[in-house]
Write a protein that binds this ligand. Structure first.
Ligand SMILES: *Cc1c(COP(=O)(O)O)cnc(C)c1O
Length: 476
């Protein structure tokens, strides 16, 4: 094929339309099979080495691009299946997925205003609206970034810039630390190590029996650090923690930070979404006192991954995080305009995330999110009640969010319990239809579910419990 012709064909709008219709048909078929449970399992369950053997990187010889996509579907996890009750990744709302296709073609990379005029403005407004909803005050706002992990790193770098102003120029070779709960997400510890503060940079504070950071232990850890010459510059609160979905006592942390003049960061990757539920927003109390907050839209707001907001009580502080010259991108290095978002984000080019968020609000307002959040909380409460009715079963703690950890406790010792619980989870995912995950708390193996599929019903919980009881008969 002569090359001119190749590119004309590749960008031909009619060919695009034809291909797109076929792909959307395939996706609609996948959506039907997922939501109607025509797939017998959530997870295809092929061992990693066998999965590798399935793939060769070469052109498709059949001339039908759908063959490739069909094969990917056959080997992928089905998040829209009502029996998907595993990790905290949302079963993307179809409307938002279409916005994903839209944004991939538009590809307005947003780092500088001219490369994403609309998406930059939308991003500003979305973060402004969310920060205000969280009660962070008149100067609050922020930006979107690629995931909670990067968002936490960015916010903690802002904290460092504010608390140790010459760190950007000179590094921060002193001994500094953040206080974090021992249940905080691993990315907080990773962020601090990236700053070069080593293993002592994230001081792990013990939790109470509900897996919340213990307030007295926090104060003690602070005193101990200071006595050792380690300067604590901030505290990270989890809202909630990943493993058990436990909320730290945010008002108490806020008061402590105020008293000691520390930076207060809230990792609300999972729970920030609940600000959009009138019934449950109270669980975020204390967040309004934070200096910085991060929140994943790709967890409890049904947006495709990755879409995360980083928000500050004073949005201008974001300009202190990275202090770099890039005259090829913007006219002035030291100005604080909102529209060149790469000045404040880790990324240079990034996805058009804001379009996916606004596509949902545009179509459903805030009602769909609210109904979804309330429903997931109710389903979790139901799950908790059902587990606690069974003899020899328990939950790790009363769920404070839509995350629940549960286990069988009827064995003669901890080792036996751990083995049986692991065997149950393995059989559940291999034989299907359910997908649940596993975690270890105080040496005990728990099955763990995040209820985040709006199509999951009480009858699915009933079926899961029945199946687990049957498997118990086999393994105990
Ligand atoms: C999920 C999660 C993260 C990590 O977010 P990603 O978007 O997966 O990078 C961080 N903190 C908490 C509390 C989380 O639940």
């Amino acid at each position: 094929m002569p090359s001119n012709n190749l590119f004309e064909q590749a960008y031909d709008h009619k060919a695009f339309k034809e291909e797109a219709y076929k792909l959307v048909d395939l996706l609609a078929d996948h959506l039907e099979k997922s939501t109607q449970e025509k797939y017998d399992k959530v997870l295809p369950c092929l061992d990693p080495e066998d999965q590798l053997k399935k793939w060769t990187i070469q052109p498709n010889e059949t001339n039908n691009p759908l063959n490739f996509y069909e094969k990917v579907i056959d080997n992928s996890t089905r998040l829209q299946h009502p029996k998907y009750m595993g990790h905290q990744v949302s079963p993307t709302l179809p409307t938002a997925a279409l916005a994903g296709l839209f944004s991939s073609l538009m590809n307005n990379g947003t780092g500088v205003y001219e490369m994403g005029p609309a998406s930059n403005a939308l991003e500003y407004k979305i973060c402004d609206m969310t920060a205000k909803a969280l009660g962070m005050g008149p100067e609050s706002g922020g930006f979107l970034t690629s995931g909670g992990t990067l968002a936490n790193l960015t916010a903690l770098l802002t904290a460092r810039a504010q608390m140790i102003p010459d760190a950007w120029e000179k590094g921060s070779p002193g001994r500094y630390a953040f206080l974090v709960s021992e249940q905080s997400h691993y990315c907080v510890d990773r962020a601090v190590r990236i700053m070069g503060w080593g293993s002592q940079g994230a001081i792990k504070v013990a939790c109470n029996d509900r897996f919340q950071m213990d307030n007295e232990a926090m104060k003690k850890a602070y005193e101990e650090a200071e006595a050792k010459g380690i300067k604590v510059i901030g505290v990270v609160g989890s809202a909630p923690s990943t493993a058990t979905g436990s909320y730290d006592d945010l008002p108490a942390i806020a008061a402590f930070c105020k008293e000691k003049k520390l930076w207060f960061h809230v990792d609300a990757a999972h729970g920030g979404a609940f600000i959009f539920s009138k019934k449950y927003k109270h669980i975020l109390k204390g967040t309004e006192e934070a200096d910085s907050v991060i929140m994943d839209f790709h967890k409890m707001l049904l947006v495709p991954a990755l879409t995360t907001a980083v928000m500050y009580r004073d949005r201008r502080l974001a300009h202190s995080t990275f202090n770099q010259n890039a005259s090829y991108l913007w006219a002035e290095d030291n100005s604080e305009e909102w529209e060149n978002s790469a000045k404040v984000t880790f990324e240079c080019t990034k996805l058009m995330m804001s379009v996916k968020v606004q596509a949902i609000i545009d179509k459903y307002g805030f009602d769909l999110w609210e109904e979804y959040l309330d429903k997931m909380m109710e389903l979790t409460a139901y799950f908790n009640a059902q587990i606690n009715e069974l003899p020899d079963w328990e939950t790790a703690t009363e769920p404070e969010s839509n995350i629940i950890c549960y286990r069988w406790t009827g064995g003669e010792n901890q080792d036996k319990n751990n083995k049986v619980n692991a065997a149950i989870r393995d059989a559940l995912i291999r034989r299907g239809p359910f997908y649940v995950v596993m975690t270890s708390l105080k040496g005990n193996t728990y099955l763990r579910s995040t209820l985040m599929n709006p199509l999951s019903k009480k009858s699915d919980i009933d079926q899961l419990i029945k199946l687990m009881q049957e498997l118990l008969g086999e393994f105990k």
